[in-house]
Design a binder for this molecule. Structure first.
Ligand code: PMV
Length: 315
């Protein structure tokens, strides 16, 4: 093929971030209406194997060979070739275009990886299974996140709601009802790797207390799986808010995240919490349809930099 393109969604962790790194279950859902697109064009006049990557949003315009060996894009292309058995790539231009805010807990790194893998596969007319796509993206996540749990690459590669427990077979969730989520971005970029390290320091200093918190979060995640399957959105909302309180105790929340959580609940949300690494990034609120607009407006007025709404559909 001379051109091909593919996309990948953002993701939201509904419940269980950070605790999932300590072998507790977590639930994540794809945000299918926020996507990154990768387009590939063959450049037959260029030397074989020469790959140029550009991105409108980040002003990126680089040749892969000029990047350091451990750069996520190099790692991605090398791992892709390694794991799919592709020996030599033709010259190409990969162009990225993303609607996903970066460093905000929406999984933009994993989404970029998955979009490129999908576009490359289409370009080369191969069909790697979603678990191989997820595995390749996981290797790149290690560069972004240090010790990733694997939840981001999994939910994004499969584009399905997942109940995720490290080193266990992936469980896909069948939701009883659609979920209306309002996502508010604080506009404060926070690196997941730094937040994961901060939690690790807290855990090293106070292992008993942090282990107790992680266990409680894991229990909430297990209960939430049932609430989702039975369609009990009120109880799910209460579990989300309880998870936020526990995340506050690990030190990853911020005054703005706390304000947005309180604001969403006052405006009618069933529950709300920070989502992802914390330290900034985004928070989510779960709301019945009739409250979506009031929650959205309240979050905008309370200082959110951007507010999105998404509906996660059963199946
Ligand atoms: O910041 P995000 O959305 O990439 O989420 C990271 C989730 C953590 O549990 C904090 C880390 C991980 O690897 O699971």
């Amino acid at each position: 093929m001379t051109t091909s393109s593919a996309s990948a969604p953002a993701k939201i962790i509904l419940i269980g971030e950070h605790a999932v790194v300590y072998n507790q279950p977590a639930i994540a859902v794809p945000v299918c209406d926020l996507r990154v697109k990768a387009s590939i064009t063959a450049m037959p006049a260029d030397p074989s194997g020469q790959i140029r990557i550009t991105s409108k949003q980040t002003d990126l315009n680089v040749y892969l060979s000029a990047l350091e060996e451990n750069h996520p894009f190099r790692k991605l292309i090398d791992t892709f070739c390694d794991k799919t058995g592709v020996k030599q790539l033709p010259a190409m231009h990969i162009s990225l275009s993303s609607a996903i805010p970066q460093a905000s807990g929406l999984g933009s790194g994993a989404a970029v990886s998955v979009a490129i893998i999908r576009a490359l596969s289409c370009f080369l007319e191969i069909e790697p299974a979603p678990d191989l796509i997820s595995e390749i993206a996981f290797d790149v996540e290690k560069i972004y996140h240090g010790t990733p749990s694997g939840i981001d690459n999994t939910v994004i590669a499969f584009e399905k709601a997942v109940y995720y427990l490290r080193n266990h077979p992936i469980e896909f969730l069948s939701l009883r009802h659609p979920l209306n989520l309002i996502i508010a971005d604080t506009g404060v970029a926070a690196k997941t790797i730094e937040m994961v390290n901060q939690v690790k320091q807290a855990w090293l200093q106070n292992p008993e207390q942090l282990t107790e918190i992680f266990n409680t979060i894991g229990h909430l995640a297990a209960q939430s799986k049932e609430f989702l399957e039975k369609g009990n959105l009120d109880k799910l909302g209460t579990a989300l808010t309880a998870n936020h309180t526990l995340l506050q105790q690990t030190g990853v929340s911020t005054p703005l995240l706390d304000t947005l959580v309180e604001t969403a609940i006052k405006a009618g949300a069933c529950g709300a919490k920070l989502s992802g690494g914390g330290g900034g990034g985004n928070m989510i609120a779960l709301a019945e349809e009739k409250y979506i607009e009031s929650v959205k407006e309240a979050l905008q007025n309370a200082g959110a930099a951007q507010v999105f709404t998404t509906r996660v559909l059963p199946g």
